[in-house]
Design a protein around this ligand. Structure first.
Ligand SMILES: Cc1cc2nc3c(=O)[nH]c(=O)nc-3n(C[C@H](O)[C@H](O)[C@H](O)COP(=O)(O)O)c2cc1C
Length: 188
């Protein structure tokens, strides 16, 4: 059983009130609490990786250090959990910019690591379209996608006061997704 894995966790959002941050942290705590007590969780905040919008001319002047730092964090991970905010049916600009810069450092951003994808939003589709976009694109960047979890509309299913799920079915589905992710982590 993997015990000392290093898991990188982040919301693909730069909102300081991000509902995806809440969801991904809930998932990380579930992983640590139920399945892998000694797993190390490294939580990234996209606000710490704000950099100029990618352009070929800027790239010719050099890759930002923050993009290199972001890739280094991913490179040190045994697994990655991401929860996507959806803006206009796609990635947030904050995430897309980091993704674009990172892909210019190396195409295989994820180096065959297990990756669990999630999404939630305030809308009725719950980020379904951005989740589908990531499911389609990420394998080309080296992600070994173990599971995907669409939480649906956040406030319908999550109680902020108690920091818990209102909907038992979704708690069970998330657990299944986490088990698949956990089982794909390297044994140590
Ligand atoms: C510019 C913009 C576009 C949005 N587009 C969508 C959308 O396409 N689908 C959706 O479900 N919610 C959309 N929303 C609402 C987001 O779901 C909501 O802001 C949510 O809180 C984002 O997740 P986050 O809190 O993790 O950042 C949009 C919000 C903004 C500001």
């Amino acid at each position: 059983m993997p015990t000392r894995s290093n898991i990188v966790v982040f919301a693909a959002s730069n909102s300081t009130q991000s509902v995806n941050q809440r969801l991904v942290m809930h998932a990380a705590k579930m992983l640590q609490g139920d399945l892998a007590e000694s797993v190390k969780i490294d939580v990234l905040d996209l606000n710490d990786y704000e950099m100029p919008i990618y352009s070929p001319e800027r790239e010719a002047r050099g890759i930002p250090q923050l993009a290199l730092d972001f890739c280094e964090k991913l490179g040190a991970a045994d697994g990655v959990m991401i929860s996507f905010a959806e803006h206009n049916g796609s990635y947030t600009a904050a995430f897309k910019n980091i993704f674009d810069w990172s892909s210019r450092i190396k195409k295989q951003i994820f180096q065959d690591q297990p990756v669990m994808l999630m999404a939630t939003s305030i809308g009725p589709l719950g980020g379904q379209r951005v989740l589908a976009a990531a499911m389609g694109a990420f394998p080309s960047f080296g992600a070994k996608i173990t599971s995907n979890f669409n939480f649906g509309p956040f406030s319908e299913h999550f109680d902020i006061k108690t920091d818990s799920f209102k909907t038992a079915r979704l708690a069970a589905e998330l657990r299944e997704s986490i088990i698949a992710f956990h089982d794909a982590l390297p044994a140590t």
